[in-house]
Design a protein around this ligand. Structure first.
Ligand SMILES: Cc1cc2nc3c(=O)[nH]c(=O)nc-3n(C[C@H](O)[C@H](O)[C@H](O)COP(=O)(O)OP(=O)(O)OC[C@H]3O[C@@H](n4cnc5c(N)ncnc54)[C@H](O)[C@@H]3O)c2cc1C
Length: 367
């Protein structure tokens, strides 16, 4: 095991903080460009409802100090062979480097002359959106994925204004849900003041409305895009590290540059990028083990998603594709997706208690 060597981590997201917590017997420097200490990104919509940003911090500053982690608030502008360069010109030397730069929200550029649109990726986005919503009488969000729906639900609850969601797919959460479960969820959202426009595409937007391709117009004093993310790979690209959609890593989370590792949303493993907190956490641990010289061979877990909207718990495990087997029990509903003779995915509605059992069924025959 390497002892007393310098580990530097770029990015204070889930992957970066997890790696910092795992690294032992190395001097650790964590560099984060955000003006807040590392926080639970998945909960930033709570700020819309008035939560103090500091209440979302993963750890207080003392946690870093007690562990001897050197926390630098700054932006890395270049990766060199044995040091990274900060925007103020400082050089931070490393023996092992982890790139955990996460991803950036995509913003669509639409015609129509709208002056301002928002995304919801980091704490400062949430604070800007909150300011705008305080003066708004309507809100629209483009994208009916997990993040878009959670944001829509929060805004409808916290601001009590009409909220619209525009989704191109024929039903919401197409990656996590089957059509029937999605319809149930959509009904519950409607009860909370969220109108979902499925099979719909934005054509243009001015400062008051969003115009859909089918001719409908939707009130939108505030407009937010939730149309996916792009892994933050620029630093790696500029350093000559191999990239695809993400920073290409092997199962030890090693990049193509010696002593440089990548983890989380920014990383690409076996042609796949992830975009989920669970994988960022797993990869943060696995990268730290590799950086310490410990044997490990990272295999990503099956994706799972948990959502609570309008009083309904939704759990989605694996991939919801294949022949369906539905089990119902009062308001509980379990849908199993069978492909090639085995359970390929499971969607549980109002039945979180069955999650472990359902997880164990993935990859096995449905009985
Ligand atoms: C609102 C919201 C809700 C979500 N909900 C869920 C959910 O329910 N379930 C789920 O699994 N996932 C969810 N996600 C996705 C999840 O948050 C991400 O998968 C996870 O945060 C990725 O972690 P990461 O550490 O790779 O990157 P990030 O959390 O993106 O952190 C990367 C950090 O690196 C910093 N950085 C980038 N470049 C530099 C640089 N050059 N110098 C210094 N710092 C830099 C960034 O500013 C950022 O702070 C959600 C995301 C959002 C935004």
């Amino acid at each position: 095991m390497d002892r007393g060597k310098k580990a530097v981590i770029i990015g204070g997201g889930i992957a970066g903080v997890q790696a910092a917590a795992t690294l032992k017997d190395m001097s650790v420097t964590l560099i984060s460009e955000e003006e807040f200490l590392p926080y639970y990104r998945m909960r930033i919509e709570e700020v819309l409802g008035g939560k103090d940003p500091e209440s979302l911090y993963i750890h207080p500053l003392s946690w870093y100090e007690e562990r001897g982690i050197c926390y630098i608030q700054g932006s890395v502008t270049a990766i060199k062979e044995a040091a990274v360069i900060l925007s103020d010109g400082r050089e931070v030397p490393y023996d092992k480097l982890l790139i955990a730069t996460g991803s950036r929200a995509r913003m669509l550029s639409v015609p129509g002359g709208r002056k301002e649109s928002y995304v919801l990726r980091c704490m400062s986005d949430a604070l800007h959106l909150k300011d705008a919503l305080e003066k708004a009488e309507s809100f629209a969000i483009i994208g009916g994925g997990l993040l878009g729906l959670e944001a829509a639900y929060s805004v409808a609850t916290d601001f009590n204004i009409p909220v619209s969601v525009v989704e191109t797919a024929p039903y919401i959460l197409p990656r996590q849900l089957d059509e029937d479960s999605a319809a149930l969820l959509q009904e519950k959202l409607a009860e909370k003041g969220v109108t979902v426009y499925v099979s719909s595409t934005i054509e243009s937007a001015d400062d008051s409305f969003v115009y859909l391709k089918d001719g409908r117009k939707i009130a939108a004093d505030v407009l937010c895009f939730s149309v996916g993310v792009n892994p933050a790979i620029k630093l790696a690209e500029e350093a000559g590290i191999r990239t695809g959609r993400g920073i290409v890593v092997d199962s030890h989370l090693r990049t193509s540059m010696e002593n440089v590792y990548a983890a989380g949303d920014a990383a690409e493993l076996d042609g796949r990028t992830f975009g989920l907190a669970m994988h960022a956490r797993e990869m943060g641990t696995a990268a730290a083990l590799s950086m310490m010289g410990e044997e490990n061979d990272y295999r990503p877990s099956e994706p799972s998603a948990l959502l609570k909207v309008g009083g309904i718990d939704v759990v989605s495990l694996g991939t919801p594709e294949g022949e369906r087997k539905v089990e119902t029990d009062g308001d509980k509903r379990r849908t199993y997706f069978i492909k090639d003779g085995v359970v390929n995915g499971v969607v549980l509605i109002n039945d979180k208690a069955s999650m472990m059992k359902a997880k164990a069924m993935l990859g096995k025959a449905y009985e």
